[in-house]
Design a protein around this ligand. Structure first.
Ligand SMILES: [Zn+2]
Length: 696
């Protein structure tokens, strides 16, 4: 999900195969659009390489021209619009040009076109970085800021954000110090690229004999056989790591695999990490922050290093009793398994015994659940659920120019007033060369146009659900259904937005919050009432998903949940500690910082290892790992309001409150305020701990 600052750089895209083709077209919505003073946008997608190059040229030229105009204006006549608003207009215009290029990059059937899209997009990004450092533009904006304008609402917020971002780039420092800041930033970026490359391109092979690998299936062993009785496992491949951790019966094998993985990229990356951590501390100091984590969190919901630290320690404490119980349950299994009543659980034992425990206690056949979720019925069912929750109407419209066969277009309108709210594409099944994950891509943001009309968003979901084979329907797994509800949640967050400036549109919220609205919606499919609206055995639709299956799944999910979150806290604390140095001279052995954090919150890694060297999040998502647990806690808090209400997740009044207080607001106000307005009370960690079965 792009953050606001990255919004004009972010890539995009969509897809799907939909139900019966409706005869409606987007222009059939013209009357309603006119009546409600909105504008829907069907983007134009480039189809030839020259088309992409021309667009990038045009966008760069437009930014240059606008920048010159802003810089050359008479400072005495500068206004909000002539210094700040003007860039929101250009960013919006650029979205129409650039974001379709992002879609092409991720979805085009034409390999050459995808390649050109990637290269040209990069050309734009390089330009954009230089552009954001233009001194003459800053001086013009500053001249306006110095008049201390009295602004309100979104204008005030956009003004404050703009000035804040200049300050964060070092613009308020003396010239020499700013040059230093720029140089440090470039050096950090360069080192970060090297760090990531070392993770990708180095490997640590650990060799085992067949006897070492007892418990692993022969078919898998055949794929890693490298000699007579020699099997090589890669330290960087999660699939190799998980196989051994889940299944290898010998403890020493599991320990060796954890050690190999925790040594990944250690030699080249430890010195790089140390340098980066020092530079970040120094840079934070130069910019007037106590430490790097304070600098990074300033623009996020958490707001400060201290808030994050308190959050993590509170959560660790809250989880403690359940964590202790879980470890004891695993320990008993190990004691039974090894015949040693004093057995102790180590870091390399948890997956193995957890796997055993789940199999023994909850024999859930996830494959058997697929019959309840044929793709088409599930998609239409989900539409029904979201229509009910948010008071909207979803309809398929003719896709005038699908970028691949089966890509559909749909409109969303407010059910009560008929006001068109936006458009979304569905591109739902895999094909060669396509983006391989599941994501929502914004294309057109919400914005008040010069004409007075409000431009409504257009987005795309690009996913990879199992394809139908022959006349057999595509049957989704429960995980797939959860992903569908989640990704469509991002789509709703984009489309339900109601803002003046594109900078605040939909998912342009702080990064530690952006997942929460989608995570809330994952709770819907844990509710039998909601599932009964669409989930039925496709061979006999009178058969619904039994409540006891849902209960059992929930129990299985929660059985080792504290272990999961304590692991998350270990990583998040490592990330936070490495970015909390008040002075670069305080930076000490970075390997030990990580090893000690894991030992404190979860389990120690084998001696002589340094997992931080292979911890990719430290570059690019630095001081941000806490965000996963952070947004889970907020989502649970919001979901609890539904759980405790009449009609639970189908409570319409609450659905509208969620739409009006959270989804429609985008980043026009602090997201903490939006969440609390929905909750009707301050945020709390309690709902999350209740959800986990810890608090009553
Ligand atoms: Zn997401």
């Amino acid at each position: 999900m792009p953050t606001r600052n990255a919004s004009i750089f972010a890539a995009l895209a969509p897809i799907c195969v939909g139900g019966a083709l409706s005869a409606a077209t987007v222009s059939d919505l013209d009357d309603a659009a006119k009546e409600h003073k909105v504008q829907l946008v069907v983007p134009e997608f480039p189809t030839i390489p020259e088309g992409i190059t021309k667009r990038i040229d045009a966008v760069i030229a437009k930014y240059k021209e606008t920048g010159d105009k802003v810089a050359k204006q008479d400072p005495a006549k500068a206004t909000f619009q002539s210094t700040i608003g003007i860039f929101d207009d250009v960013d919006n215009w650029a979205s129409h040009q650039l974001r379709p290029v992002g879609i092409v990059e991720n979805t085009s059937l034409d390999k050459k076109l995808r390649g050109v899209a990637t290269d040209e997009y990069q050309r734009f990004q390089e330009f954009a970085i230089g552009f954001s450092y233009r001194e003459d533009i800053f001086q013009a904006v500053k001249a306006y800021a110095d008049t201390e304008p009295k602004l309100e609402g979104e204008e005030k917020r956009l003004f404050d954000d703009t000035m804040r971002d200049y300050r964060r780039r070092g613009f308020t420092l003396p010239k020499e110090a700013r040059a230093e800041v720029e140089a440090m930033q470039k050096e950090i970026t360069k080192l970060g690229t090297e760090f990531d490359k070392n993770i990708r391109e180095t490997d640590t092979l650990e060799k085992f004999t067949k006897a070492d690998l007892k418990g692993l299936p022969d078919e898998f062993l055949a794929t890693v056989k490298t000699g007579d009785d020699e099997y090589s496992f890669s330290g960087k491949l999660s699939a190799h790591f998980i196989k051994i951790l889940d299944l290898a019966e010998k403890e020493e094998t599991r320990r060796r695999m954890v050690a190999a993985r925790s040594r990944h990229a250690m030699e080249p990356n430890l010195p790089i990490l140390e340098k980066v951590v020092r530079l970040r501390s120094q840079l934070a100091n130069r910019l007037g922050f106590a430490n790097w984590a304070d600098f990074k969190t300033e623009t996020r919901m958490a707001g400060s290093e201290k808030t994050v630290r308190l959050f993590l320690t509170d959560l660790a404490r809250g989880l403690q009793p359940k964590f202790d119980e879980e470890i004891e349950a695993l320990r008993q299994l190990k004691a039974k398994d090894t015949g040693n009543s004093d057995a102790v659980i180590k870091g390399w034992d948890t997956f193995y015994y957890k796997n055993k425990l789940l199999k023994e206690r909850f024999a859930i056949d996830l494959e058997a659940l697929r019959v309840f979720f044929p793709y088409e019925a599930t998609l239409n069912g989900m539409f029904k659920v979201y229509e009910h929750t948010f008071g909207i109407k979803i309809a398929q419209v003719k896709n005038p120019a699908p970028w691949a066969p089966g890509v559909t277009l749909h409109s969303v309108a407010d059910a009560a007033s008929g006001k068109p709210l936006g458009l979304f594409y569905l591109d739902m099944f895999p094909r060669p060369g396509k983006y391989t994950h599941f994501a929502q891509f914004g294309i057109i943001p919400c914005k008040r146009l010069e004409s007075g009309l409000q431009q409504r968003p257009t987005v795309a979901l690009i996913c990879n659900f199992p394809k139908p084979i022959g006349d057999k329907p595509s049957l989704l797994s429960f995980d797939n259904v959860e992903t569908l509800f989640h990704e469509f949640g991002h789509c709703m967050h984009s489309i339900l937005t109601d803002v003046e400036f594109q900078a605040f549109s939909g998912t342009s919220v702080p990064r530690d919050f952006v997942e929460a609205p989608s995570q809330v919606l994952e709770y819907w499919i844990r509710d039998k009432q909601v599932l009964d609206m669409f989930a039925a055995d496709y061979r006999d639709p009178s058969k619904k998903l039994p409540q006891e299956v849902l209960d059992n799944m929930e129990k299985a999910d929660l059985a080792m949940i504290a272990l999961h979150y304590r692991g998350q806290i270990g990583y998040a604390m490592t990330d936070l500690l490495l970015h909390s140095y008040a002075h670069p001279l305080q930076v000490r052995d970075v390997a030990s910082v990580g090893n000690e954090a894991l030992a404190t919150y979860i389990f120690a890694r084998p001696k002589g290892t340094a997992f931080v060297a292979g911890f990719g999040h430290l570059m690019g998502y630095d001081a941000g790992y806490y965000g996963y647990a952070w947004s889970d806690v907020i989502a649970a808090d919001m979901a609890s309001i539904f759980e405790n209400a009449n009609g639970k997740f189908l409570n319409k009044e609450l659905g509208m409150r969620l739409r009006n207080e959270v989804f429609s607001r985008g980043d026009t106000r602090d997201v903490s305020l939006s969440v609390e307005k929905f909750l009707g009370r301050p945020r709390s960690m309690d709902s999350f701990l209740v959800k986990l079965g810890i608090k009553k």
